[in-house]
Design a protein around this ligand. Structure first.
Ligand code: FPP
Length: 241
C-alpha cells in the first residue's frame, strides 16, 4: 500500500482492548497491557519512519484511576519500565517525549523519570511522542478557563482578547498542532474525553482490532483511509480543489 502523499502531521490514538485481548486468550489483564506496550512501541517506530511529526498516545485517562489498585500499579510499573528501557531508543531515533495530563497524581518515582526523559529528549526534532497520562480533556479545558479567568481578573488580558489561539495557549497541548487523524481500536466508537478541543476537525478512524493486535499494517491502512477523505473544514468541495 503506497502512502507517501499527505501524511497526517498529528496522529492521536486511543489504545483500547488490552483487557479483552487477554481475556480472549484466557490470560490475566496484565498480559494484555504488556502486549499493548509492544504495539505502542511499534506505533512510535512506524510513525517516525513514515514522517508523522506528532504522535499522541492515550496511555492513562483521568478515569483510569478508578480501576483496581493492582491494575493501576501494574500500568504505572509498565510505564516506569518502558521509560527506563526506551530512553536510549528515543535519543537514538531523535524523538522528543512530552506528556499531557495531571502528572501530580502519578507516583513520584515515575514522575521524576518522566521529567528526566522529557528533559533529555527536549531538543530532538524528528517526531514528538506525547503520552497522555492521567489525562481528561474536560479537566484540561476547565484548567485553561480558570487560568484565563484569573488573568482577566488580574487585568493581564481583556475579555476581548479571548479567542481560539488564546485558549490553545492555555491547554496542555499548547505546543502541538490540531489532531489530523484520531484512531481508536477495539471496535468502540467513542472519543472518551480525549483531545476534544484539538480534534474539532480530526478525521476519526475506528478499527476492530484489539490494541495488542494493532500493528504497522493497520496503521498504514488507517493513514491510507485518511488520505482518501476530503477535509473541507467547513468549505465546499469546489473550494478545496
Ligand atoms: C485500554 O485497554 C488500555 C489502557 C487503559 C492502557 C494503555 C496502556 C498500554 C497500551 C500499555 C502501556 C503503554 C505505555 C505507553 C507504557 P483496556 O484495559 O481498557 O481494555 P478493555 O477495554 O478490553 O478492558
Amino acid at each position: 500500500m503506497k502512502i507517501e502523499k499527505k501524511i497526517p502531521k498529528h496522529i492521536a490514538i486511543i489504545m483500547d482492548g488490552n483487557g479483552r485481548w487477554a481475556k480472549n486468550k484466557g490470560l490475566s489483564r496484565d498480559y494484555g497491557h504488556k502486549e499493548g506496550k509492544e504495539s505502542a512501541k511499534e506505533m512510535v517506530r512506524s510513525c517516525a519512519k513514515l514522517g508523522v511529526k506528532n504522535l499522541t498516545l492515550f496511555a492513562f485517562s483521568s478515569e483510569n484511576w478508578k480501576r483496581p489498585k493492582l491494575e493501576v500499579d501494574l500500568l504505572m510499573g509498565l510505564l516506569h519500565n518502558s521509560l527506563r528501557t526506551e530512553l536510549k531508543e528515543l535519543k537514538k531515533n531523535n524523538i522528543k517525549l512530552e506528556t499531557i495530563g495531571d502528572l501530580s497524581k502519578i507516583p513520584l518515582i515515575v514522575r521524576k523519570f518522566l521529567k528526566k526523559v522529557c528533559e533529555e529528549t527536549k531538543d530532538n526534532d524528528l517526531m514528538t511522542l506525547t503520552l497522555a497520562l492521567s489525562y481528561g480533556s474536560r479537566d484540561e479545558i476547565i484548567n485553561s478557563v480558570k487560568e484565563i479567568a484569573d488573568k482577566v481578573k488580574n487585568n493581564i488580558i481583556s475579555v476581548e482578547k479571548i479567542d481560539e489561539s488564546l485558549i490553545n495557549q492555555h491547554l496542555y497541548t499548547r505546543n502541538l498542532p490540531d489532531v489530523d487523524l484520531m484512531i481508536r481500536t477495539s471496535g468502540e466508537k467513542r472519543i472518551s474525553n480525549f483531545l476534544l478541543w484539538q480534534s474539532a476537525y480530526a478525521e476519526l478512524y475506528f478499527s476492530d482490532e484489539l490494541w495488542p493486535d494493532f500493528k504497522s499494517e493497520h496503521l498504514i491502512k488507517a493513514i491510507s483511509d485518511y488520505q482518501n477523505r476530503e477535509r473541507r473544514f467547513g468549505r465546499t468541495s469546489e473550494q478545496i480543489i
